[in-house]
Design a binder for this molecule. Structure first.
Ligand code: HEC
Ligand code: HEC
Length: 347
């Protein structure tokens, strides 16, 4: 499984990078918007992928939503998935590091689950191949939800409304760790970023974003090098890179013990990114301005540092243009409100 994900990442990198290089000369901001080739690279997918061993059903997604917001998935009935992946905070927690059971401060920042259907392998270090596999981890982790997994199925089976919901979503299977994970994963795949001004611009509406953001998009694809890693409609290559943050976390190298993977972290999506400060796996950069400044300076020099990360000759107006561009990735309307599902799970 580990080898498969590396191959997948290499394949994605090989497929994406030449395509981006090929179009980077044709970015046009003065008239007509971006070229057709560039538009195609950023077009949103028409459908959400669901795996054949856990296909979508509305019953599964609804059950998964209830589970995601239910603190009874934790040992002390006080922490839900949504406690850390809060829809009002763009499916993160707004903290530098996640806080779990008994106020335990986790070693890394909580990532968003927005667009989770497209971002495998999961976690900052890519240790989980699928959402189904991932979902069990936080429930069992003593420092997160601290739930005794052997008792979880019985705990939920004792709740009549869950018995019915599992029977409907998984006929003949009932409440098991496997069906709990499948329901959670199905719901997570429905958490998709909404249409943003950037999408309307890509679709041809020239007035959808300001001129500064168009200049920022051009920089993003050329001089600032961002698109080599933040590639495509979801702004990630699903790969792992050392961008030179100075902390000691070995990241991907803890899973794949290779010198090139030292301090390698998963490229995060930039969809709705302005709603998700503070930034990075360690929450060390408080604002988007601080993020751009990090890239402008070029990061900590060490053998694993990605070759794209080097001092950038960005002027002050150019850094503002990049931030204006990132703001166009924020979906129209409010951040998602917290649905009232917790109250429906009375015994
Ligand atoms: C105490 C806070 C906390 C709770 C509770 C929590 N998570 Fe997370 N979640 C995190 C952190 C921190 C990470 C990143 C850990 C890492 O990469 O080492 C993460 C990572 C993830 C990811 C990977 C996202 C990506 O892009 O790679 C998914 C999916 C996820 N969690 C789903 C869930 C589900 C489902 C639950 C409930 C069963 C849950 N989480 C409960 C903090 C939390
Ligand atoms: C070599 C690949 C690479 C390049 C080039 C790159 N990034 Fe990143 N970016 C990453 C990775 C990997 C992370 C997560 C790093 C971490 O947390 O250790 C990241 C994190 C970010 C974040 C924080 C997102 C979050 O949720 O924490 C933003 C914003 C961002 N990059 C924007 C940019 C911009 C703008 C550029 C161009 C100036 C750029 N990136 C260039 C790989 C890259």
């Amino acid at each position: 499984m580990m080898r498969l994900s590396v191959l997948a990442v290499l394949a994605i990198a090989a497929a994406t990078v030449p395509a981006l290089l090929a179009v980077s000369d044709t970015v046009s901001t003065d008239h007509g918007g971006p070229s057709g080739a560039l538009k195609a690279l950023y077009a949103r997918p028409l459908a959400t992928p669901f795996p054949s061993d856990n296909p979508y059903s509305a019953a599964k997604a609804q059950l998964g939503e209830r589970l995601f917001f239910d603190p009874r998935l934790s040992g002390d009935d006080n922490i839900a998935c949504a406690s850390c992946h809060n829809p009002s905070l763009s499916w993160g927690d707004g903290l530098p590091r996640g806080i779990g059971h008994a106020m335990n401060v986790l070693p890394r920042r909580t990532p968003t689950v927005l667009n989770a259907a497209w971002v495998a392998p999961l976690m900052w270090d890519g240790r989980n191949a699928t959402l189904e596999e991932q979902a069990v981890g936080p429930m069992a982790a003593p420092g997160e939800m601290n739930q005794d997994l052997d008792r979880l199925a019985a705990k939920l089976t004792a709740i009549a409304s869950y018995r019915d919901a599992f029977a409907g979503a998984f006929p003949g299977e009932g409440v098991t760790l496997g069906t709990i994970a499948k329901a959670l994963a199905t719901y997570e795949r429905t958490i998709v970023s909404g249409t943003a001004p950037f999408d309307r611009w890509i679709a041809g509406d020239e007035a959808a974003i300001p001129p500064s953001a168009k200049r920022g998009f051009a920089l993003f694809n050329t001089k600032a090098n961002c698109a080599t890693c933040h590639a495509g409609w979801n702004f990630t290559d699903n790969g792992f890179h050392d961008i030179g943050l100075p902390d000691a976390d070995r990241g991907r190298a803890e899973i794949l013990d290779l010198p090139s993977m030292e301090h390698g972290f998963k490229t995060p999506t930039l969809r709705d990114v302005a709603r998700r400060d503070p930034y990075m796996h360690d929450g060390s950069l408080p604002t988007l301005a601080a993020v751009i400044e990090h890239y402008r300076i070029g990061g900590t020099q060490r053998p694993s540092l990605a070759e794209e990360i080097k001092p950038l000759a960005l002027t002050e107006p150019e850094t503002r243009d990049l931030i204006d561009f990132l703001a166009t990735l924020t979906a129209d309307g409010q951040a998602a409100p917290t649905p009232a599902v917790g109250r429906r799970t009375a015994r």
